[in-house]
Design a protein around this ligand. Structure first.
Ligand SMILES: [Zn+2]
Length: 390
């Protein structure tokens, strides 16, 4: 069920922020009072919205409150390299239930999507929904947004051009949309995180790889083919290490899960950090989490690794800030758990290298939503579609 016209769509998006009175809606939309009431009554008839009692009097007659239908349900599916998260929300994107499982993306689309659908089935059995109104999906790789398919995703063997959107839509019996994980995290921040009041911002995700969600005027900017924000392969040093993409000196080759693991292993083997050497001996390998743990213990070598990485990210970010002039930069993803040492380094480089006019009013912050950003953003993605005129 979709709204019949652009006015109805706009009203639904306003109600997604919370129910309110007809008088309050009249204050923020550019519609005559009678036209507004006609559209609201029609939304109630369609089952998209419902009456919600009377508002406090503002002097005259008490105005009727309206809210989204209590029956509305959206599903968010956030597929990571090593995990799958699903959630069911109400129309206002409040999370009613959330399940997460380890899952290897390399098992391929049929197996991984089947896991997601099975998890959602558990939430249905718990009584959280009978019918979904839409499902949003995030995947850890480049996506052709108009077609709803991943395109040559480096860490997703078997997913190239797999019809993710069609497959999920058919399986769940509702509209579906798919986008890359960084974009859905940015939408999550826009809906429920630190970016709620910010129309233009960047979300930099530092995980296994490095990517950037670009939000312009409250909307994701995807570029012509969907690859906008793929900053992991911006070159920071001509003579740098070889990257997984085949070029040398990419940002990702310096910083990201794989690069941190490699640097930590080198430091441990050369005797630069007894702490990392001990963890390497115990586990047989090191990960970004080990670097985070070592840095938290005050390990000088680990802190240096984090600082070096933060400086490279800061270099790239300083150029992006000069180019884009965002109102906010959010740092997110697994490596963001390196926390304040990382943040301090990124901030100092960006503030030093960008022009004062661009940074004078520019907060650079760590995400507070964490893992919830992806699933909330996925439901925001599909609700934007469902709450647009058919
Ligand atoms: Zn590269």
């Amino acid at each position: 069920m979709r709204p019949e016209n652009a006015h109805q769509a706009m009203l639904l998006r306003l109600l997604r922020e919370g129910g309110r009175s007809r008088a309050e809606l009249g204050d923020v939309v550019d519609l005559s009072r009678s036209k507004l009431n006609v559209e609201l009554d029609r939304l109630i008839e369609l089952g998209l919205a419902e009456p919600d009692g009377l508002a406090e009097s503002r002097g005259g007659r008490r105005s009727g409150r309206v809210r989204l239908s209590r029956q509305t349900r959206f599903a968010g599916i956030d597929i990571g390299a090593t995990s799958v998260d699903v959630a069911v929300t109400d129309g206002e994107l409040g999370v009613l239930g959330h399940l997460s499982e380890p899952c290897d993306i390399r098992e391929g689309p049929a197996a991984v999507l089947d896991r997601a659908v099975t998890l959602l089935g558990k939430l249905r059995e718990q009584g959280l929904y009978t019918q979904l109104h839409g499902a949003g999906i995030g995947v850890p790789g480049p996506v052709s947004f108009p077609e709803g398919v991943p395109v040559v995703p480096p860490i997703m063997p078997g997913w190239d051009r797999y019809p993710v959107r069609e497959a999920v839509s058919e399986e769940l019996g509702c509209p579906a949309m798919v986008d890359n994980d960084v974009n859905i995290m940015a939408l999550g921040e826009l809906h429920a995180g630190l970016a709620r009041q910010v129309g233009d911002f960047l979300l930099v995700k530092i995980g296994t790889g490095v990517g950037c969600g670009i939000v312009v005027d409250g909307k994701i900017y995807r570029g012509v083919s969907g690859s906008a924000g793929d900053i992991g392969h911006i070159r920071v040093d001509d003579d740098g290490p070889i990257c997984a993409c085949g070029n040398s000196g990419c940002l990702e080759a310096y910083f990201g899960g794989a690069a941190l693991a490699r640097q930590a292993t080198a430091v441990a083997r050369s005797g630069g950090s007894p702490y990392l050497a001990e963890r390497l001996a115990a586990a047989g390998e090191l990960t970004a989490e080990d670097v985070a743990a070592a840095a938290a213990q005050g390990d000088a070598a680990a802190i240096q690794i984090v600082r070096d990485g933060g400086r490279r990210v800061g270099q790239v970010l300083a150029s992006l800030v000069s180019f884009f002039n965002p109102g906010l930069v959010i740092i997110a993803g697994g490596v963001a758990r390196l926390g304040h040492v990382l943040l301090a380094e990124i901030r100092s480089v960006v503030y030093r290298r960008s022009l004062p006019l661009a940074t004078g009013n520019l907060p650079i912050v760590l995400s507070e939503l964490g893992d919830a950003a992806g699933i909330v953003g996925a439901t925001r993605l599909i609700s934007d579609h469902v709450y647009s005129a058919a």
